[in-house]
Design a protein around this ligand. Structure first.
Ligand code: UFG
Length: 331
């Protein structure tokens, strides 16, 4: 089969590209490399450098062959930046997805897997969120993605689109073979920052908020290994192509770890006692966000392969070490 992956030079998109190639599919990647990294693109994928909403790039990506399905990762993903620059988020995430949808429906592509986010839930009052938990995003990032979910629902009803919107919880770790990993220089995610600190590439780490209503006062998140998340995308597309119904699905493991627990694990695994400072809360951060993944597990008979915080942190650290060495050598 032949699949289009927008944002395929990014962290999660490049893992999916490898997962598709590993299964013998043809992969076309569109990426403008604004945050994606060219070195993460697999050699066997066809690469179109440009904007996923630009018809010229889309025409180049499609070529004369049909595309069996689209995985749409391209977008802006930093919660605090969405608070300070909301127009960027509504434009890059919401408006550009509309342009992409218009193009692919014109070309007869009807199967679409969308990168949504747990940020659509906002500040949930329950311990674990199901897909039926009310969506009340508390930042423009979450709202920009929720709007797309609504658009997808309407387009599916009107124009025969088959879609699954995957609501990611906190994605971390790296490909066990270290073919790809988190390489965005500006990445602000906890495990990325902490691995950099453990390896001396960053000065240390600030904990954003120690007064949350959580057991140790720091934010609690459901960390999912990126390879498990890539598998879920493959399962989602297979399911749609086999006639599965459209909808939304949580992508998490169903358990949470605090910022302090993540830092302690990383210190154990790395043997580095890097500096950690307590700081104020960050704009737009909820106290806790944990998936109820029952619907996803049942629909795909899915058992995660990497549900282990130590394994996640080890793979992130191994990648960071390899990536720092590659960039030091001019990769
Ligand atoms: N954190 C720190 N210090 C840091 C970085 C993060 O204390 O230097 C804390 C945050 O405050 C939060 C936790 O670590 O409590 C996780 O933060 P991340 O930045 O790693 O991730 P977020 O939870 O902010 O957001 C991520 C994705 C979103 C997604 C969300 C869903 O970036 O796209 O998970 O939970 F919506």
């Amino acid at each position: 089969m032949r699949f289009l992956v927008t944002g395929g030079a990014g962290y999660i998109g490049s893992h999916l590209a490898w997962a598709l190639l590993d299964r013998g599919h043809d992969v076309v990647i569109i990426d403008d490399l604004s945050t994606g990294v060219g070195a993460l693109i697999p050699n066997d994928a066809t690469f179109v450098h440009g904007d996923c909403a630009d018809p010229k790039c889309l025409r180049a990506a499609y070529g004369p062959e049909p595309i069996d399905g689209v995985f749409h990762f391209a977008g802006s993903v930093v919660v605090p930046e969405s608070v300070s620059d909301p127009i960027k988020y509504y434009f890059n995430n919401t408006t550009k997805t509309l342009e992409l949808l218009r193009f692919l429906l014109d070309r007869g592509t009807r199967h679409f897997v969308f990168s949504s986010t747990a940020a659509v839930y906002g500040q949930p009052v329950t311990d674990q969120v199901t897909e039926d938990t009310p969506t009340e995003p508390i930042n423009p990032y979450g709202r920009s993605k929720l709007m797309i979910e609504w658009i997808l629902r309407d387009v599916a009803a009107a124009q025969g689109l088959h879609y699954l919107a995957l609501r990611y919880f906190n994605v971390a770790g790296a490909d066990p073979q270290l073919r790809t990993g988190q390489a965005t220089p500006e990445a602000t995610h906890l495990i990325k920052v902490a691995t950099g600190a453990a390896l001396g590439a960053r000065d240390g780490l600030t904990i954003f908020g120690t007064d949350f209503p959580t057991p140790d006062g720091t934010g609690v998140r459901d960390y999912i290994h990126v390879s498990d998340l890539a598998d879920l995308h493959v399962l989602a597309m297979d399911d749609l192509l086999a006639g599965g119904t459209s909808g939304v699905l949580n992508c998490g493991y169903g358990r949470g770890f605090s910022v302090r627990e993540v830092i302690d694990t990383l210190k154990d695994v790395s043997g580095s006692d890097f500096p950690v400072h307590d700081g104020p809360r960050r704009a737009g951060d909820p106290a806790a966000l944990i998936a109820d993944p029952s619907r996803t597990r049942e629909r795909f008979s899915w058992s995660p392969r990497h549900d282990d915080l130590t394994e996640i942190v080890e793979s992130a650290l191994a990648w960071e070490k390899a990536w720092l060495a590659r960039t030091a050598n001019g990769a």
